[in-house]
Design a protein. Structure first.
Length: 377
């Protein structure tokens, strides 16, 4: 079985020297206190283990008491930035954070990056009612792209086509925001890019312009379950269920709800996701076992009731296998239902990644997934 890796905070900070000297990121750092389809862009040719999944933990990243205020106000952003940098470095297998970002993103001037955040129904729920990717994690991703890869904020797009995004003031970075739009717009159907569904071969759905025009894609999810999927965590497969567009109304096609498992696999097989996804991130600072609830203490998570973690990978199947292991373990400990994982097995059958469910000791271990847990304290 794969062994866990560890690194001291002191050792990691040595690798951040180049970040401290960078003039690109300075303007964006927060105060310490508080419709033509592009050619398919090849995946990074860097020596990244195909099935590598990395979880970085730091108990100092949050300090919420689960009752006062809203959880996003109790996050230490400088600590989260260190965690993200280390996660990227270990995922890429490089000697520095700077090289890690460059390895994962084969950027060329003019390339755009599309960050798909899981913010479904954010407009009606918001951070006070549900677990969503936090502004602090969004900012660390944007800052990594600008400081280390050299991508200007004007070429970075945060998008969610199902009911809302956090405000630009909340995200606090001058990136582009894309929500639902009409045909030919970034938030609408690109009629030149179709998705084939095995369950409905006579139906047509489309990839939105934001994906067809992007050179690089990042999946960003939180740790909670997703409505129509019951007990299934909102992994990177579920994340794009609301991304594709219907042929006439530029909305999610209603027939996707039939054979949901097969349909999300077919969506993920589309070239604009399969070949452009550079990084998958789970904001695992907090977690919830259901959809319509704020974060809650977990009794089964290694290291304490607050996960205080960031989970990253390039492999959507391995990533979702690990994410589901934590969710399923917690739900089982509470006597809650556990949904099947047939969609992950099916995705592995289409060579989208490595499927495996872990064995729990002090943490999950795997024989085929290259899983590393890095504890920063």
């Amino acid at each position: 079985m794969k062994s866990f890796a560890s690194i001291s905070r002191r050792e990691f900070l040595k690798n951040l020297g180049i970040l401290a000297q960078s003039s690109l990121i300075a303007p964006f750092l927060p105060k310490a206190s508080k419709n033509i389809t592009l050619p398919v862009i090849e995946a990074s040719c860097a020596p990244v283990s195909p099935s590598r999944v990395v979880r970085v933990h730091n108990s100092e990243s949050t300090f919420w008491d689960y009752s006062t205020g809203v959880y996003v106000d109790y996050i230490r952003e400088p600590v989260v930035r260190d965690m993200m940098g280390l996660a990227v470095q270990r995922l890429a297998g490089t000697s520095s954070v700077n090289l890690g970002w460059k390895t994962l993103f084969p950027y060329r001037p003019g390339d755009t990056v599309a960050i798909k955040g899981n913010f479904s129904e954010f407009g009606s729920a918001g951070y006070s009612k549900q677990v969503y990717p936090t502004p602090q994690v969004i900012r660390t991703i944007v800052d990594g792209l600008t400081a280390h890869v050299g991508i200007p904020p004007s070429d970075i797009y945060l998008f969610e086509l199902s009911f809302g995004l956090p405000s630009q003031g909340t995200v606090d970075r001058p990136v582009n925001f894309v929500t639902r739009g009409g045909t030919g717009t970034l938030g609408g159907a690109d009629l030149s890019a179709t998705v084939s569904l095995r369950s409905n071969p006579g139906m047509t759905i489309y990839v939105p312009g934001i994906l067809t025009q992007a050179a690089h894609v990042i999946d960003l999810v939180g740790m909670r379950t997703g409505g129509m999927y019951g007990s299934v965590s909102t992994d990177c497969f579920k994340n794009h269920f609301g991304t594709v567009r219907h042929d006439s109304i530029n909305n999610t096609a209603p027939y996707l709800h039939n054979n949901k498992a097969g349909n999300i696999v077919d969506i993920r097989r589309n070239t604009h996701l399969r070949d452009k996804t550079r990084l998958i991130v789970c904001d695992l600072l907090f977690a919830a076992t259901d959809r319509y609830m704020a974060p809650e203490p977990w009794g089964s998570f290694p290291g304490g009731p607050t996960p205080n973690s960031i989970l990253v990978s390039k492999d959507p199947v391995a990533f979702s296998s690990v994410q589901r292991d934590y969710m399923d373990r917690e739900r089982a400990s509470r006597g809650l239902s556990i949904s099947g994982d047939d969609y992950l097995r099916e995705a592995a059958g289409f060579n989208l990644g490595i499927y495996e469910r872990g064995v729990f000791g002090s943490d999950f271990t795997y024989s085929n997934i290259d899983y590393a847990v890095v504890d920063m304290g």
